[in-house]
Structures are given as structure tokens and as C-alpha cells.
Design a protein around this ligand. Structure first.
Ligand SMILES: [Zn+2]
Length: 163
């Protein structure tokens, strides 16, 4: 597909720069993940990276004031791993009760870079690139799914960092 840009492909490109995937745009994949993980507690372990990476790749779908902490969540994941991220999540929830999203203990995030100003136009891994087999994102196992989510997280942080 190298060479001439195709107007048909261009028309199907998501705001994040990704081409459509098996379910359509990234948003179609994102909402399908949110639905599937509701019934799968192991898959749900990656809920926070999924939300942070999706909103950092599609900032217009979320709230600008949360993007900085979402960027730091992904850096924490890549730096310390999923178990550490889940421990910080549990700490935030215990600290804030029902107001978990309103007031963060920023201490676990202080060593990470703040969100750069420029929104990237392309990411090397995207939600529309996730395989969906028999209607499932985890048909080849949760570890493989988790690696793909972490690749998207890594691509997201790298694109913002170099934007
Ligand atoms: Zn997209």
C-alpha cells in the first residue's frame, strides 16, 4: 500500500491517524473492550491503561484536565508494571472513596513527565489494530491481550513524548 495515498483509506482514518479495523474505528473497538471486560475480571485488570491510552489517542473524547494524569498513569505502567499500577489504583480509590476521579494523591506521579502541549497525529499502535476473533479481544489469552494493551500504552507515551 506504499506510494499513492488512497482517498478511500484517508476517508476511513480515525482522528488518531489509524485506519479502520475489524469493528470499525477505534471508538468501536474501545466500547467493545469496555463491554467485554465488564464480564471478565482478568481482562478488567487492564481497564485503566485502556481508558488512559484511548483518551490520550483521542483527546476530543475526554476531558482535557485529566490528560496529564492519564499520561502519567501510562508512564507508571511502563516503568513499574501492571501490578504496581493496580496497587496505586487501589490506594487512590481507598483514599478518595466515591470521589476517586476528583482528587488524586499526586505523589506516585511526581517523578513522571507532564503532558506535552502538542497532540500527536500518529501512534504506532492503535485500538483499531487490535485483533477481534469470534467477537473477543482475549481469544488467545489474557497475557497476549495485556501485551497488546501495553504496546498501545507504550506507543501512546512515545508519540506524546516526541510530539
Ligand atoms: Zn483512533
Amino acid at each position: 500500500m506504499a506510494g499513492q495515498p488512497s482517498p478511500i483509506i484517508a476517508a476511513m482514518t480515525c482522528v488518531c491517524g489509524a485506519a479502520s479495523g475489524p469493528l470499525g474505528e477505534c471508538a468501536d473497538h474501545y466500547y467493545a473492550i469496555l463491554a467485554e471486560e465488564q464480564a471478565d475480571p482478568v481482562m478488567y485488570r487492564w481497564h485503566n491503561p485502556v481508558v488512559c491510552a484511548y483518551l490520550l489517542q483521542h483527546p476530543g473524547d475526554g476531558h482535557a484536565q485529566y490528560l496529564d494524569v492519564q499520561f502519567r498513569w501510562l508512564q507508571l505502567l511502563l516503568d513499574q508494571g501492571l501490578d504496581a499500577m493496580l496497587r496505586v489504583q487501589a490506594h487512590q480509590i481507598a483514599r478518595n472513596g466515591h470521589k476517586a476521579r476528583r482528587s488524586y494523591d499526586m505523589a506516585p506521579f511526581e517523578k513522571y513527565a507532564p503532558l506535552p502541549q502538542t497532540v500527536p497525529g500518529h501512534f504506532s499502535a492503535s485500538f483499531s489494530g487490535l485483533p477481534v476473533i469470534d467477537g473477543s479481544f482475549v481469544s488467545d489469552g489474557h497475557e497476549a491481550y495485556g501485551r497488546r494493551i501495553e504496546m498501545i500504552a507504550e506507543a501512546t507515551v512515545r508519540a506524546w513524548t516526541s510530539s
